[in-house]
Design a protein around this ligand. Sequence first.
Ligand code: HEM
Ligand code: HEM
Length: 481
Amino acid sequence: MVRSRTLPRWLTVQNSASINWMLSGSIWLVIGTTMGLILALQFVIPTLFSGVPWLVFGRLRQAHTNTVMFAWLSVGMQGLWMYLVPQLTGRRLWSELLGNVSMLLWNGAVLVGVAGLLLAYSQSREYAEMIWIVDVGIIASILLTMANLYMTVANRVEPKLYVSLWYIIGTLIWFPMLYFIGNVMWNPPTGALTGIDDSIFNWFYGHNVLGLWFTTGLLPVIYYVVPRETHTPLYSQFLSLIAFWGIAFFYTGVGAHHLLWAPIPDWLKTIAVAESIGMILVVVAFMMNIYLTTRGNWTKVVTSIPLRFVFTGFVAYVVVSYQGSHQALRTINLITHFSQYVPGHAHLALLFFSASTIIGGIYYVLPRICHCKLYSTLLANIQYSLYVIGFTFFFGGFLLTGLVQGTNWVHQGLPVYSVLPGLVPYMGLRAAGGILLYLSFVIFTANVLLTWLRRMPASRPEPPVETTPPSRSDRAEGGRP
Ligand code: HEM
Ligand code: HEM
């Protein structure tokens, strides 16, 4: 445990790391989705902001994806880990100071990266666009987080290693390796290889950043919140381990399903398709486990705000995975690949599964570490409605646009320009849904900040470092052997 009495309290006090990660993530959410909204409107009004160089589609799209993925989702997710790991180990975070240093480093790196993208400094490799020096900052930050969380686990008083910890420990090993390799960091300043090799590396990384960062980083939040909020032990520890090892086995080799129409070796494509189908087994194991844990507590899913969001994330994860496995089949991919169907899948995954899980997680953790109630449950309920209604239109817009594009191009053989005018209504539907989603996110961030402003000191003095853990039933998962 590292401590200093001379540093400001917001860097050292218990739970400060978790709260600072979560607050900064929530602010990034509004920034990232403002960019998304402008993009969606540009599809309907192409001249919107024309003449403003940093708002042209090519720059803004990269800034949007990097902000929502590496600022909002990654920052919010790590804030949740900083709370979950101490809870599951019965120890305080090894070092709040270190947690805050890694938070500042990560936020600083992403700020430089996103500003760079808006100024046209890009490596032009999808999801690896931010310049090399930003990658160095991200790697340094994740290594500090790894040390901090591993030390917390190493010092644990709880003998059992809960399944959520398995996922977090695994994700912390996978991500630095994946980020280093995928960003070709040994090759500065371009951070790229040449030719088709670069595409293979790019999509090894591009896929695994989804599968071995957001997915394995957020399933532990579902595994934690569902048993806690339903007051039921996790149905089966065994099923959760099948799902864990299944992801590690099947998900790592599917990157080439993003390149089914590129001139890469055919065997690589076949492995990717087969493993994408194999993922169905993994998802079914996870789905049954969470369903059987929740069974009998459906009222709680409606009445508890954190559980409602987390459960929505769970359902979205199951649906997007089935969609993904089908989409990886060559015959379906032929129609969907070059169309808006793929960004539709991307938003179902990262907006409806990942963002929903993080929002639910933050609603769960924030009042507990601020020692006060959520600022407004009414606002949170309004937010949920806007979120679900908005997403329905938004996702519908993406799917319809994609299917019209794909079928017209492949079956009718029509050229791109002749299909475009017919797409405007669907693009409009997407922008309309996007406005509701945007409002929902603004309300969420306001609710988070207002809750934080009314925080109270802990009612009891903080326990010493060598504390005994709360009783087992107070904590998490539980579960069958
Ligand atoms: C069984 C699970 C899944 C399978 C088999 C799968 C399959 C696919 C396939 C085949 C594509 C490529 C489509 C194309 O370019 O034609 C794709 C794209 C994508 N997937 Fe999934 N998916 C799964 C789950 C997920 C999850 C859980 C996430 C996020 C957490 C995710 C996020 C994305 C994103 C962001 C893209 C767009 C990539 C791009 O920019 O082209 N997917 N997925
Ligand atoms: C948590 C929130 C969000 C996340 C995680 C997210 C993520 C993403 C990702 C990963 C892509 C790239 C998809 C691909 O290449 O297949 C993307 C593109 C896009 N996003 Fe978002 N997004 C979010 C919110 C929004 C919102 C609220 C809007 C609109 C109001 C929006 C509009 C767009 C548009 C228009 C594109 C470009 C699609 C294209 O190039 O064809 N996003 N977003």
